[in-house]
Design a protein around this ligand. Structure first.
Ligand SMILES: [Zn+2]
Ligand SMILES: [Zn+2]
Ligand SMILES: [Zn+2]
Ligand SMILES: [Zn+2]
Ligand SMILES: [Zn+2]
Ligand SMILES: [Zn+2]
Ligand SMILES: [Zn+2]
Ligand SMILES: [Zn+2]
Length: 246
């Protein structure tokens, strides 16, 4: 039992604590992890040499404790340590730091972090989302299988948190906040407002002192709400409404 834990948290790279290295099936070289491989190969001078490692294709690992190369397995066949406290046989993924709450989603086909109990797999979006979004988001087919519109990292297996906007499109949470900070309030993909319109109406009510339930105002709001979804953010919406009414 103790042997399994030997060296736990003592090895790894800046991405993962783990007790093995991987032999990349694509270029036959040894790397600490998939991300180390991708970082190294993305810097290669010749553009055609650049490539990403396909995690499921890894077949050989090298135990960091005893340096023995061997087929992918949880326990080192030579020295008997767990090469990672968490091990996924599908992703050939090892991690000693189990506080991250790693779990494998069969539908996504990859390992995720954050605790299985905190996520559900949305079949329409075909990705895992936080349980708070269950029955509470607009589904967009393959919503996560694209690049973040701000930083262009592929979202589906990104290690960073993701925000689902009201329109159902997704981007990194930190990129979303950065965008809001710069006073940009519409989705960069479909231009719909990222803000909840009921909040905007309430704010307008306070700012302009309008009774938003009067029939005339209501009609204008309805009309503008259609437009706003396609062309503008709700600050622009308030500005136009003020112009129209006063
Ligand atoms: Zn490679
Ligand atoms: Zn690494
Ligand atoms: Zn070993
Ligand atoms: Zn996995
Ligand atoms: Zn999933
Ligand atoms: Zn969905
Ligand atoms: Zn991003
Ligand atoms: Zn959108």
């Amino acid at each position: 039992m103790e042997r399994l834990d030997f060296g736990k948290m003592g090895y790894g790279c800046k991405h993962y604590r783990r007790r093995c290295k991987i032999r990349a099936p694509c270029c036959n070289e040894v790397f600490e992890c998939r991300h180390c491989h991708n970082e190294a190969t993305s810097m290669l001078r010749k553009i055609f040499d650049r490539h990403e490692l396909i995690r499921q294709d890894v077949t050989q690992v090298i135990c960091s404790v005893c340096d023995t190369e061997q087929p992918v397995a949880h326990v080192c066949t030579n020295c008997g340590v767990n090469m990672g406290e968490y091990f996924c046989e599908v992703c050939k993924f090892y991690d000693d730091d189990i506080d991250k709450g790693q779990f494998h989603c069969d539908d996504c086909g990859i390992c995720r972090v954050g605790g299985r109990e905190n996520f559900f797999h949305c079949n329409k979006c075909d990705s895992c989302y936080s349980v708070s979004l269950r029955n509470n988001h607009s589904c967009v087919e393959d919503s996560m299988r694209h690049h973040c519109p701000i930083c262009y990292e592929f979202l589906f297996d990104s290690l960073k948190d993701t925000t689902v906007m009201k329109c159902g499109h997704t981007m990194h949470t930190e990129c979303y906040h950065e965008m809001i900070k710069r006073d940009k309030y519409c989705c960069p993909i479909c231009s719909r407002s990222t803000l909840d319109m009921t909040k905007a109406w309430k704010r307008m009510d306070e700012e302009v002192g309008l009774n938003i339930y009067s029939p005339r105002v209501h009609l204008i709001i309805e009309l503008l709400a259609c437009l706003v979804n396609f062309f503008m953010d709700d600050f622009c919406f308030i500005r136009i409404l003020k112009l129209l009414l006063f």
